[in-house]
Design a protein around this ligand. Structure first.
Ligand code: SF4
Ligand code: SF4
Ligand code: FES
Length: 308
């Protein structure tokens, strides 16, 4: 065997040290199956699992929300942004369950006072950046923030809600496919990761700082219509709140009060100026043959083509 050949076969694959996820994700890397005691129940989880996986496997009585974490189909996060998933461990005290590796022999208490209090405070902080106009929200009844608030018995968030403090941001109604209501955004970053790392479209970003932090567009434009969005809808799929909602269902679960909608409850909104594209997914867009009344490829067609 030549030394060249030996060198080739010994070389590790280039991807060996590149873990899935984004550069800013905390590393989650258990090496073996691990048995964790969660609230007195032993559960065994696969290597690479987190304490959140162990808590879910144990199916504890205590609910541990995980608002910035998304593990359906595409793994998004852990981001460790919201800290609504805090649990108490013997070895490390109170830690975010979504990003803490499940180490063999660890003991977790979800109901321990410091952990429960940390989850409550952090959930109240998240709520303080949110308008709680659930009755006019298209995600009413299928919103992860609403679920978490109900499960954690939040009566009144201790830091108030957005209505108490700030002027509303205009609702961005310019895209034919996605509506953005930043007044409901909890800055969990799921949409940014879905757009940049899963769809690889690079449209969204987090911009600004402090109270002015918001979801914006990498191309420095102000509205979805002017962005490079291809209307794949992934951001709306992963958004835990009513901040990013697919058009057509943005009012779907609004309590039907005559004349009272998500749009007019917010006040101002950016309206489209007619250049918006329809969804890129062929299944979601039915191109009609051109007729005098409805030219199929009219760039000024404000509805972006006919949709089923
Ligand atoms: S719909 Fe647009 S903004 Fe949302 S993930 Fe797709 S390309 Fe990105
Ligand atoms: S728009 Fe939705 S997914 Fe994006 S950061 Fe805000 S709450 Fe999270
Ligand atoms: S889900 Fe753990 S920090 Fe947000």
């Amino acid at each position: 065997m030549s030394s060249d050949h030996t060198h080739e076969t010994d070389a590790p694959p280039l991807t060996e040290t590149i873990a899935p996820g984004t550069a800013s994700d905390p590393s989650v890397s258990g090496t073996e199956r691990a048995t964790i005691t969660v609230d007195g129940t032993d559960v065994t989880v696969e290597s690479g699992s987190t304490l959140l996986d162990a808590v879910e496997a144990a199916d504890t009585d205590d609910t541990v929300p995980a608002l910035c974490h998304y593990d359906r189909e595409d793994e998004i996060g852990p981001r460790s942004e919201c800290r609504t998933c805090m649990v108490e461990t013997d070895a490390n005290g109170v830690v975010p369950a979504c990003s803490h590796p499940a180490e063999d022999g660890a003991t977790v208490r979800t109901a321990a006072d410091p952990a429960a209090e940390a989850r409550d405070v952090n959930l109240d902080l998240v709520l303080s950046d949110h308008n709680l106009r659930c009755t006019t929200c298209g995600k009413n009844g299928r919103c992860e923030l609403q679920d978490a608030a109900i499960e954690q018995d939040v009566d009144e968030p201790r830091y108030g809600v957005l209505d108490d403090r700030d002027a509303y941001e205009p609702l961005d109604d310019t895209s034919s496919f996605i509506q953005i209501d930043r007044n409901k955004c909890i800055l969990c970053n799921r949409c940014v990761e879905a757009c940049n790392d899963v769809q690889v479209e690079g449209v969204l970003r987090v911009e600004g700082s402090g109270q002015d932090t918001r979801i914006g567009f990498q191309s420095d434009v102000e509205t979805m219509e002017d962005s490079a969005c291809v209307s794949c809808g992934h951001c709306a799929t992963v958004c835990p709140t009513g901040s990013l909602v697919e058009k057509g269902i943005e009012d779907a679960t609004t309590i039907p009060l005559p004349g009272f909608t998500q749009k007019n409850s917010v006040g101002k909104s950016h309206e489209r100026h007619g250049k918006s594209k329809g969804p890129m997914t062929p299944k979601k867009r039915v191109d009609s043959p051109a007729t005098e009344d409805s030219p199929a490829d009219d760039p000024d067609d404000a509805d972006g083509g006919e949709w089923p």
